[in-house]
Design a protein around this ligand. Structure first.
Ligand code: HEM
Length: 405
């Protein structure tokens, strides 16, 4: 396709049309302008499966875009937020390629499907305990009582944090969210404060693990530190990343997945009748309403995308949620079908930065939904409309999800 085969049109993701039905709006953009311009965000947008997957695999598309949020600030403000920048630059996925590989090699054995499978019994126990706590009430808020605490418990345990600190870890995790989105100065200051508190907390546990190693990720990091493979700063920064990445996304998958089942009673009935369909149902939940709807890249040199050349330094948003509903790849893309096969969605990314926690998130969601549906055959929504908040740059996340049983 030549540079002028299609014009690059402009769109605004915050218009009422876009907000009312994000998926319909993305269908429109995909059909009209495969490479689109978002002037409000100063970025381009890709929506076709072929283009999004090519960009995910393209080494010229740098994933270290999170720090863009800091670039908008004045030099004095940037100086004030230097500790956040330094920490984020050490995060796997934001580090330079050599460091990225070093962290991947250290961590990947903890996150393989086989290793993760050994955690299944713990995940079952956590789920049962959380459900026991609300059993007598006949109602719960799935977000607050199950979807958030479950992944928080699991990742805290994997890292070696006491379960009793879980609520504090969750609060810190939530405070650092603005670093991932378009936080203002006040929220970035708050994020920095929480991140530094988290670092101090982790350093104290790390000191203990140097003397008394256990079978957890922090002990592994301390052993690697002793061999000169990582520094304490790198270990601590990456534990923050794991705590954060392990909380929000999986919680959203569990909660969004349940909403999809409620909205599609035939699929819910089918799953109840055949719980062995749960892994497939989880994939379909990831495809239809995956928690990472849009991710960003920065072009490190001029790159051809969807037939157009974007200049070096350009911010490009990859709409995974749009690629996942591309009619070129998925038949009846807007239909939630838990028996769908060949479901090659992009919700965990693709290529070098493919999600480290994919097997863990799949296993947790699988166990959680199986137990929930088995324990409560009459589980039903206790809301009129799902209680959602916008999640920049596009999409939503659930604030609460009241159910009765
Ligand atoms: C449903 C849950 C999850 C979703 C939808 C999700 C999504 C993603 C996506 C799309 C990426 C690629 C980002 C990019 O290419 O820029 C990613 C990377 C990553 N995810 Fe997840 N994630 C989930 C759960 C988790 C969990 C549970 C963990 C860890 C405990 C985790 C840790 C990571 C890490 C460390 C990376 C960076 C990998 C690298 O740079 O090599 N994620 N995730």
């Amino acid at each position: 396709m030549s540079d002028h085969a299609t014009t690059v049109r402009e769109y605004h993701l915050s218009t009422p049309e876009a907000m009312a039905d994000p998926n319909a709006y993305l269908h429109r953009i995909r059909a009209e302008s495969p490479l689109a311009r978002l002037p409000q965000l100063g970025a381009h947008l890709l929506t076709r499966y072929a283009d999004v997957s090519a960009a995910l695999r393209d080494k010229r598309m740098d994933s270290a875009n999170m720090l863009r949020v800091l670039q908008r600030l004045t030099p004095a403000e940037q100086a004030e937020l230097e500790p956040v920048r330094r920490a984020v630059e050490m995060w796997m996925g934001h580090a330079v390629p050599a460091d990225h590989v070093r962290f991947q090699q250290l961590l990947k054995r903890y996150f393989t499907p086989a290793t993760v499978d050994r955690l299944r019994p713990r995940v079952r126990e956590f789920t049962e305990e959380l459900l026991d706590a609300v059993a007598s009430k006949g109602e719960m808020d799935v977000v607050r009582d199950l979807a958030y605490p479950l992944p928080a418990n699991v990742i805290a345990e994997m890292l070696g944090m006491p379960i009793s600190d879980r609520e504090q870890l969750q609060a810190w995790s939530r405070d650092i969210l603005p670093v991932f989105g378009d936080g203002d100065l006040a929220s970035l200051r708050e994020a920095q404060r929480s991140m530094l508190e988290m670092h101090d907390y982790l350093r104290a546990i790390a000191a203990d693990r140097r003397r008394h190693p256990r079978e957890d990720v922090l002990s592994m990091f301390m052993a690697a530190e002793a061999e000169g493979i990582v520094t304490e700063d790198e270990a601590v920064a990456n534990c923050v990343l794991l705590l954060f990445a392990g909380h929000e996304t999986t919680a959203n998958l569990i909660a969004n997945g349940l909403v999809l089942l409620f909205e599609n009673p035939d699929q819910l009935a089918r799953l109840r009748a055949d719980p062995d369909l749960t892994p497939q149902a989880v994939e379909e939940m990831l495809r239809c309403d995956g928690p990472a709807g849009v991710i960003g890249r920065v072009a490190t040199e001029p790159v051809e995308l969807a037939g157009h050349t974007v200049p070096a330094g350009e911010h490009v948003l990859l709409a995974l949620m749009a690629a996942n509903r591309d009619p070129e790849v998925f038949e009846n893309p807007d239909v939630f079908d838990i028996t769908r096969t060949r479901n090659r969605h992009l919700s965990f990314g693709m290529g070098t930065y493919y999600c480290l926690g994919a097997a863990l998130a799949r296993m947790e969601t699988d166990e959680c939904l199986r137990i929930l549906l088995r324990r409560y055959p009459d589980l039903r929504p206790a809301y009129q409309v799902p209680d959602r908040a916008p999640a920049p740059p596009f999409g939503h996340r659930l604030i609460s999800l009241p159910v009765a049983f």
